[in-house]
Design a protein around this ligand. Sequence first.
Ligand SMILES: Nc1ncnc2c1ncn2[C@@H]1O[C@H](COP(=O)(O)OP(=O)(O)OP(=O)(O)O)[C@@H](O)[C@H]1O
Ligand SMILES: [Mg+2]
Length: 527
Amino acid sequence: MLNIKSKRTKISAEKVNNSDQFEVYKKISEIGKSLITEPEVEKILISAMDTMIELSSAERGIIILFDNEGKILFETARYLDKQDLKNPEFEISRSIIEKVRKDGHEVFLRNALDESLFNKSHSIARLKILSVICLPLKHKDKIFGVVYLDNRSVLGVFKEKNFQFVKEFSDFISLAAHIAFEKNKLKVKIDSLESELRSKYSFDLIIGHHPKMVEILKLVSQISNTEATILIQGESGTGKELIARAIHFNSHRKEKAFIPINCGAIPENLLESELFGYVRGAFTGATIDKTGWFERANGGTIFLDEVSEMSPALQVKLLRILQSGEYNPVGSCTIHFTDVRIIAATNNNLKELISNHKFRDDLYYRLNIIDMNLPPLRERKSDIPILIQHFLRNFSNQYHKGDLRLSKRTEDLLLDYDYPGNVRELENIVLHAIALVDGEVIEPKHLPGHFISENKIKSSNLELKKFRNAKQRMVEDFEKDYIINCLKVSKGNISKAAQMAGIQFANFYGKVKKYRIEPFEFRSTNT
Ligand SMILES: Nc1ncnc2c1ncn2[C@@H]1O[C@H](COP(=O)(O)OP(=O)(O)OP(=O)(O)O)[C@@H](O)[C@H]1O
Ligand SMILES: [Mg+2]
């Protein structure tokens, strides 16, 4: 065993002594790259250590990082053959490491047993350590770790050249470890802020770690306790009502009512009397006075879902309440006053409706004091696994199903799906599976039929999908170029450009937005 080791060391030493600068630069650049891409400090330090051992003729190497009190925070200990060194505390010279940590000076020994400073060290004698290099890792003159390299089988193996290289390289490691450490600290801080945010504002029911969701939760925490009107936009099932509830229950209005009203589900004339109430005789069948939701929600919050479905006449009434808190019940001339916070939601493109004169722009600006856009689930797919776990836990508790898990194939199918119905659809899929499963494992056969067949078609038609995507991209490229050309000719005038293209204004405007084209940039374009 010993022979094998010393043979290895010898080969490595020769290699190192002959190694050209190019090899060194290559290794350094690899570590540099890993610094940018690799989030774990440990992995960066392991690869730095392996490189140093390989290029310095060392047999073993250790990087130790200390906290402010000198306690070991972290250590990477490696052998020449890229294996971890087991129990490094018994394998290295503590006295050398302690000295370097305390004094901050490097130690370079060709034969440790001959050195008066160290030859009384028990560890050096016991371990028969011959050659040692030990250097401090510093950031702004503060020692936060050491690099230690030794060799027990070749006397004087480290040459001046090796020492200089290790010295240079350890500066690099200092920087790498420092950056990686800071990155880690930042991550820990972000994680703890995120969980603080969640517990403080009881966002436990809102699942989402995707940066877009974290941004939204931050915004919710900032604006909940203000009086600002909020417009939440997002496709169906993205959680608009869930967010509206979180805003209400984190505001000072939380003791009062939260009233969700789906404007699209109530016929127009009924909606008016539901919202504002009516007086006796206001219409046939109005035999008594009735209070409306705006009065009942006084002091609380009204959530107007599908606000775009409101008729123009109701939009005017809503605008009046937003501006002054005043309204008249149906059939009454008496002015009533209410103190209600309004949160509105829509899954339609309000700007398009405004340009089609279906939605008032003054109401839009009044509602849109704070604008929240909830991303569709397909744009935050990384949240799918935690959402699944959340729904599995909830439903299996509710239906006493015990611990449930997904088979690999089921998981793949669920991760690969696009969820046009967003989180609501995923929730229903899990519920469906829980209703059907009889063991612990959810298999594809427990998923809804349409879901499986869609996925089957999807996998068998992968090529077709590729083709469709390519075609879609080409169409989009063409459309974008065409719109830009029209805008160039019309010098940024959208209606002229739409006329020129023979497309309705709203449709043209929608495409300008879709492709993020800025018409004003063409105002001074010469064609
Ligand atoms: N981030 C989330 N975490 C956990 N559950 C969610 C999340 N988003 C949505 N849900 C769940 O999905 C379902 C649909 O959510 P919600 O009703 O809030 O969506 P919506 O955007 O208002 O839909 P619609 O436009 O159809 O009214 C609800 O059961 C809700 O609890
Ligand atoms: Mg809703």
